[in-house]
Ligand binder design. Structure first.
Ligand code: XMP
Length: 510
């Protein structure tokens, strides 16, 4: 447990993750908890500060979410943002009411006191608002420190109790000096700004050593940034007691297995290679349903690991590269979203094997993992590799998978990536790849009619995979890719470009 942290109680705001990121950017560790975490538990965590997030509810509604009221007696500084401000108002006998017009967008904040949370700011600041309710009566013993044309009580404080409330969102970049406000809060909390990659690496390696002692750890590696960073950290801690395994499921990209093994050799980790190509392709024969494909692949991974661990001897632990965003969903007060695709992840599956989990990245965001990766000398091309789904090319071959189709897609995909890299786009976009469609179309080659496959090119910009925009790649580049695929990949006579965004489409085609 990190007792130099600032914790966030989540009331369901779309910006909650952003608050954690801002605090971490200022080198203070920050974690998100469910809004009703008990004051007792918070005492154990012993954070330096608490932030109450925004949220969609109204404090005057029945069953509105409230934190344990005892948190206000812990003598820990508290900052309430938007709905968080309204909670503070309600608890300290003020009043919140629905405002006639929802205030959404930029507002000018007139600052009335620059002594504490607004230290160093200008008299007038541009801030980002997104709320339907507003404070109409001040809570007892609080002072107004900021107002906008729409809210007389847009910022309040009780400096004695160190409780602050802001109607706007300092976590959103549109609030120009939002980061300065967090900096001031960190100072008020007395939190030290020591959350840096070096300290994280040192502590994590030490922690893994203490947990694992002389037991053996199994780690499935894919060559992606998360599993690679995980493997290197665990390797630093326990050396040869870490066994890394790379499974070739027959659905990898061109020469991917060779490249991954070579990279691990370079970083000094011995990886065992399991060729399960035939096993996977045999089980996928005749399967066309995307969800079925995912399930089969997930189950086979478990089987392969089980067999391997039986053969090789006893493992007590399984290391996997779970990231913080993977866990946040379960913390949030928002209801579980419906399953659009049951994402298969090698990591999540072998739990059935009764191995204890080691998840050294579970409190990190992706960009933080990359910073750690840089410090432990993970090669650049791994750190910035575009995401590749666990089921691999299986979800990019629409319909039935055959070895022949895998080979066609591999070659086409290789050309797409090669040209996108040459044109300097690879690092600038979230994902780019090919999809093999389940139709044949007529073409003409020389004087002959052809009847062959279609490849779709997909390239998207995205921040986190949740939403995506198709990339406006230059026509010249698309032309080169198309000509090369049609000329170099036997069995393809047509190339199309996918121009759909997510939503309503998804990034992968299956
Ligand atoms: P979709 O297609 O849902 O993809 O828009 C969002 C992101 O998730 C990746 N993806 C997967 N990753 N197992 C994974 O590990 C999966 O089954 C899976 N399906 C999609 C996809 O590549 C994109 O980055």
């Amino acid at each position: 447990m990190n007792n130099n942290s600032i914790i966030i109680l989540d009331f369901g705001s779309q910006y909650t993750q952003l608050i954690a990121r801002r605090i971490r950017e200022l080198n203070v560790f920050s974690e998100i908890y469910h809004f009703n975490i008990s004051a007792e538990k918070i005492k154990q965590i012993n954070p330096k500060g608490i932030i109450l997030s925004g949220g969609p509810a109204s404090v005057y509604e029945q069953n509105a979410p409230f934190p344990d009221r005892q948190i206000f007696k812990l003598n820990i500084p508290i900052l309430g943002l938007c709905y968080g401000l309204q909670i503070i108002t309600e608890i300290f006998n003020g009043r919140v009411k629905s405002s006639h017009a929802r205030e959404y967008g930029f507002a000018e904040l007139y600052i009335l006191s620059k002594k504490s949370i607004f230290f160093g700011l200008k008299n007038k600041e541009k801030v980002w608002m997104s709320h339907g309710d507003k404070v109409i009566k001040m809570p007892s013993n609080f002072k107004v420190i900021g107002k906008t044309s729409n809210s007389d009580f847009a910022a309040i404080e009780n400096t004695k109790k160190k409780i602050y409330g802001l109607q706007f969102h300092p976590e959103v970049i549109h609030t120009e000096n939002g980061i300065k406000i967090f900096e001031n809060f960190i100072k008020i909390c007395g939190a030290e700004r020591t959350w840096v990659p070096e300290a994280y690496i040192k502590n994590t390696v030490e922690e893994i050593k203490q947990i694992v002692k002389n037991d053996k750890v199994l780690c499935a590696v894919s060559g992606g940034v998360d599993s690679t960073v995980t493997a290197v950290l665990v390797n630093k801690a326990i050396g040869k007691n870490l066994i890394c395994v790379f499974v070739n499921n027959g659905l990898l990209r061109l020469d991917e297995d060779k490249k991954v093994l070579k990279m691990f050799k370079k970083v000094g980790i011995n990886v065992r290679y399991i060729n399960a190509e035939n096993l996977f392709l045999k089980k996928l024969k005749g399967v066309t349903d995307p969800e079925k494909k995912r399930k089969i692949i997930g189950n086979l991974f478990i089987k392969v690991f089980e067999n391997y661990s039986k053969k090789i001897g006893r493992f007590k632990f399984l290391a996997q590269g779970t990231l913080y965003p993977d866990l946040i969903e379960s913390v949030s007060v928002k209801g579980p979203s419906t399953t659009i695709k049951s994402h298969h992840n090698v990591g999540g599956l072998p739990k059935k094997m009764k191995l204890k989990l080691i998840e050294p990245l579970k409190s990190l965001f992706k960009d933080e993992v990359r910073k750690i990766g840089e410090k432990i000398n993970i090669p650049y091309e791994v750190l910035w590799r575009q995401p590749f789904p666990g089921p691999g090319l299986a979800v990019r071959i629409i319909g039935e998978i055959t070895k022949e189709k895998v080979n066609i897609l591999r070659k086409a995909d290789h050309i797409i990536i090669d040209e996108i890299k040459k044109a300097g786009y690879y690092d600038k976009i979230w994902q780019s790849f090919g999809v093999l469609l389940p139709i044949k179309t007529v073409g003409v080659m020389g004087d002959k009619r052809t009847y062959e496959n279609v490849i779709a090119i997909r390239a998207v910009h995205s921040k986190d995979g949740m939403t995506a925009d198709w990339v406006k790649l230059p026509c010249d580049l698309l032309n080169i890719i198309s000509s090369r695929i049609i000329n170099e990949v036997k069995g393809v006579n047509r190339v199309v470009y996918d121009i759909s965004n997510k939503p309503p489409s998804t990034i992968e085609w299956e």
